[in-house]
Each structure stands twice: as C-alpha cells, then as structure tokens.
Design a protein around this ligand. Structure first.
Ligand code: 1PR
Length: 541
C-alpha cells in the first residue's frame, strides 16, 4: 500500500499509473494523520514551489511531514517534491520550504540554454547506492525551470548530480528519505525499475542510522571518481494524428500537406493505443496525440479520444502530449466550458502536456490589439499546471515575397525561392487544421506565447508535412533564435539523416515525425543510431 501526497496542485495520474502498473495499490493522503500512518509515502512534483508549500500548509501537512522525515520513514519526493525539502526557492520568494536540506532552489540561467530543462539527461553518481546501482548509464526525464545547485554543505545527502549549464542536484538520499529531480514515472523502463526499488523497499538503511535535519558540512563517505558532465539528449518524438474515419472509428491518420484523405477516404494507419504502445517499446522519447478535428467537434464530447488517452497512459511511461480543441466552448443549450476545463479533462485522462493550436493564434491577435489580461488559455493552464505543461502547436505555411519591405512580418531569405522566384518568405500561422491563414507569423506567435507562459513550441510546416523532404530548417532556425523555450521540429522527416541535420543546423531541442514511423519506413532505433554516430546526445532506444 503506497500513500500518495496529492496536494491538489496538478496532475499526478502518471505516477498513479506507474505505481499501479508495478502492482501496488495507491491510497490518497487526505488528512495529517494519513501521513503518519503511511507505510511508504510518495510526494510527487507538479506545479509551482509556492503553490505546493501553501497547500501543504493549508492542509496541515507540514508538521506531520517533518515528523515523518525525522523518523526516517520511507519517502520519495519527485521534482517539486525534492525542491520542497530545501529552505526556499527563487520561484516563490519569501515562501519557506521544509528546510530539511540547507540551500535555496534557483532558476536555470536562461542565456544560452532553453528553459525549462526538458528531456532526458544523465546522472553523475556521487556515491554508491542500492537505489541507482546498475542504472548509472541510463537517462531520466527531467522537466523543470528551477534547480538545487550542487553545494558543498549537502554533499552527505547527494546521490547524483546532473549538468545543464550548471551542475545541480538530481538525486538525494539519507536513510529511507529519497528525493529525485527527475520523473521516474516518465522515464521508461529505467525509471520504473528505480521506482520499483523504492516501492519494494529494496533500498535498505545502515543499522543505527539517524537522519539529520539541516545537514552540516561533511565530506561524503564514498566519492565517485570525477565524471564528465552529463548532456541533455535531443528528443525523438512519435506523433499520432487522430480522428474518426467515415465509419466513425477513431484512427491514426496522416496527411500530405494536411490532406488526410486518399481517394476520398480518411487514411487509416492504425489504432491509436496500439501504435503508441509500439512506439514506447521502440524507444520513442515522447508520444504526441493530435486530435486533428477537435476544432469542430468539441473534445469533451469525444469520449473515445479521452479513453484512448486513459488506456495509453496506463502502458506508456514516457511523456504524453495531447492537442486539439483546447478552447472555450458553448453548446447549443448554453452550457459553457473554458479552455482550462478542456485541459483539466485531458490531464485527468493521462496527459502530461497539452498542446494548443488555433486558440494560440487567436490569442496572439487579441494580445496584439488589447494586451494580455491573464485570461488566455495559455496563461490559465500554465498557472495551474506549470509552463512546461503548455505546448503551442503551430501550423505555418510559407508566404513568398520579392521584397522584405513588402510585408510587416519577419521574413527570411530562403534557399528555396517561391514560384515566381521570390527570394524571401514569412511563415503564416493558420487555424482550423491549416484551413485558414491569419495575419500572424510564426516568429511573432512564438514570442508572444512564450511571454504568456507557454513552455514549448511544436513547429509543424504545412509545406513539408508528409513530404519526406526533410524539416523546414529555415523556419525552425528562425523560431529557435526568437525564443528561449524548447522547440520541437516537425513535418517532413524522411530519413535518419534529416534528424541529424535539423539538430546540427537549427539547434532544435526535439524532432517529431509521423509518416515514416507509421509506415515502418524508418525504425526509431535507426534514428537514434544516426544521431549517436553524429555525436548528438540521445537516449538509447
Ligand atoms: O487547432 O488547437 O484544435 O489543434 C489541432 C491540432 O491538430 C494542431 O496541433 C494541428 O497541428 C493538428 N492538425 C490539424 N489538422 C491536421 C491535419 O493534418 N489535417 N495535423 C493536423 C498536424 C502535423 C503533425 C504531423 C507532422 C509530421 N499534423 O502533427 O504529425 O507534420 O508528419 P510527417 O512526419 O509525416 O511529415 P487545435
């Protein structure tokens, strides 16, 4: 029986699914007494530091939690669950943490590297442990903008550090108290193995161990030899465009330049849950579902899609993104839902991130005219679930011009001139699955959405979609240079070499493909091999 300290700050379904999958029953902590009665306590990390601490305080959980930790009872904190052990965080100035560990959590420097730190990174193991034994060479999934800097006065706690611009603490343990900056529940087989060690109590304690709260400087007992810095891997993402076919079955489909029909029929490339499970087994670093007709069918009516998400999240233990239809909606009877309601339902059904397409374009138009008011879907969802949970899916199409002065949009000089030899183009955002172009370019969209709180850009290209000609490097480089959040390159992958090229040329953080994976033309493992051979860090497939 595993007690889950779900303090209501966000989605913990992924963790529940992982624990259940490993054969354990999860009970929720709903009162202070439940903490002291727990056999093993999980403190998952979602939301912001201040909100998490506030909720612990409001529910009277702080004192019992400290008692539980002082008594060296089995505890696993994850992400914010690690950060709350410190004295405070720059994310929420003035809000005290639990103070079990001395030091302050700080924001990653944003100058050179994309923030959040999102994706698969390694561990520099600082001392031997049963928890990490044999997993030292694996990568784990991180997603956070704040970190605990590696500092000498907590070295007796530190199991592992990780590097991302700065070295930071990625795993701590004293006795039975463990905390991890990464998400084992989203870290594939290695993460599940680690979680299982905690759940089964494989992690034993030296006899006579007494934990200290607020540790004093002390040299670690075992120091691993100096190891090279860890590197964040470039992510390879499998994307499933999902819609109902004409028989009413939910299928994975795939378009050419967004046209998913062949001889009048919606292309059917497989069943969503089965394909997602296959990509998980084959080593995809993330899975993305795009509910491509949700702009016209309200997604909360689309129970089969929510069911797809639920069933997938029970068997896929890497991050799961879902997009399509995240917007406010009023039905014929006058019932209204906000975009946040739609996102809530997606998160409840197992999503780790949601992606917003059309509504982001309308938001940018509104912000340009009236300024930000805090009410956009991006702002509201980021405020509840964190920036890292909000992806913007952009569907741009090239618009060619002969003269850069002929448009107010940001243009690039292109190596692929337009039909009349135009040497410049801008990237026009579209809505409703590419059906309607708007007066917003992809660079403006990316900048504004970042400022509103989006955590990641998924950059499609209608021109390249389904073409197999390679990613639109000019588009991706232009957007990558404009924002500090991670950018996912999408559309046009035809070979492993295209992944190598997009990472080398544009600095993209992840690359996504659909057609080549669905048609089994290129295995994910071949993509990873090509990347590794080119010296690009990847998580082994
Ligand atoms: O506008 O918030 O309801 O979201 C709708 C979502 O559905 C958006 O994310 C939009 O990108 C997506 N979408 C809408 N219509 C289509 C379509 O194809 N007709 N799919 C569509 C977008 C692009 C990628 C594709 C890559 C890689 N498809 O998802 O997977 O281009 O393909 P490739 O590797 O085969 O080239 P909203």
């Amino acid at each position: 029986m595993i007690s889950l300290l779900d303090y209501g700050a966000g989605n913990v379904r992924s963790l529940r699914n992982a624990v259940t999958r490993l054969g354990y029953e999860v009970v929720d902590v709903s009162s202070p007494d439940d903490i002291l009665a727990a056999e093993r306590l999980l403190f998952p990390g979602v939301g912001a530091f201040g909100a998490a601490m506030q909720r612990l305080r409001d529910q009277g959980f702080v004192e019992p939690l400290l008692d539980y930790l002082r008594a060296d009872r089995p505890f696993l904190g994850i992400c914010i669950g690690l950060q709350c052990l410190f004295e405070g965080s720059d994310e929420s100035p003035g809000v005290p943490g639990l103070g079990v560990l001395s030091g302050q959590v700080t924001r990653f420097p944003a100058d050179a590297l994309a923030v959040p730190h999102m994706g698969w990174n390694g561990l520099r193991v600082r001392r031997d442990s049963e928890l990490l034994a044999g997993l030292e060479a694996d990568r784990f999934y991180f997603v956070h903008s704040y970190c605990a800097p590696a500092a000498p006065d907590i070295t007796d706690w530190v199991l592992a550090e990780t590097d991302y611009g700065v070295p930071f603490v990625s795993a701590v343990q004293q006795g039975q108290v463990i905390a991890l900056q990464f998400h084992p529940e989203k870290s594939g087989p290695a993460g599940l193995a680690l979680l299982q060690r905690f759940l089964t109590g494989t992690v034993t304690v030296a006899p006579g161990f007494a934990p200290r709260i607020l540790s004093a400087p002390e040299a670690p007992k075992t120091h691993a030899p100096e190891q090279p810095p860890t590197r964040l891997a470039k992510r390879v993402i499998a994307c499933l465009d999902v819609r109902s076919n004409d028989a009413g079955d939910l299928v994975v489909t795939k378009g050419d330049q967004y046209d998913v029909r062949e001889q009048g029929e919606v292309r059917n490339l497989g069943k969503p849950v089965d394909l997602a499970a296959r990509y998980y087994r084959e080593g995809a670093d993330e899975i993305t579902f795009l509910n491509i007709t949700a702009f016209r069918d309200f997604p909360l009516r689309d129970q089969p899609m929510l069911e797809v998400l639920r069933r997938t999240s029970e068997q896929v233990f890497v991050p799961l993104t879902i997009g399509g239809g995240i917007r406010a909606f009023t039905d014929a009877d006058g019932n209204s839902w906000s975009a946040l309601d739609v996102a809530d339902e997606y998160f409840r059904s197992g999503a780790d991130k949601i992606s917003i397409g059309s509504d982001a374009v309308y938001t940018v138009e509104r912000v340009r005219a009236e300024g930000a008011d805090g009410n956009s879907a991006i702002e509201q969802i980021a405020a509840r679930y964190g920036n890292q949970a909000v992806v913007i899916s952009v569907d741009p199409r090239r618009v060619y011009v002969s003269d850069p002065e002929a448009t107010h949009h940001q243009v690039v000089e292109t190596a692929f001139p337009g039909p009349r030899g135009e040497r410049y183009c801008w990237f026009q955002c579209t809505v409703r699955g590419g059906r309607e172009g708007r007066d917003v370019d992809a660079v403006e969209l990316a900048r504004t959405c970042e400022a509103l709180g989006a955590g990641e850009m998924l950059l499609n290209s209608i021109d390249r979609d389904g073409s197999g000609l390679g990613f639109d490097l000019e588009l991706i480089a232009a957007v990558r240079a404009a924002v500090g959040i991670p950018v996912i390159a999408s559309s046009g992958a035809g070979s492993p070499g295209h992944f190598v090229e997009v990472f080398q040329v544009t600095g993209a953080d992840a690359a996504l493909a659909a057609g080549i994976f669905h048609r089994r033309e290129v295995p994910i493992a071949d993509v990873k091999t090509a990347l590794a051979e080119a010296g690009i860090p990847v998580r082994a497939a």
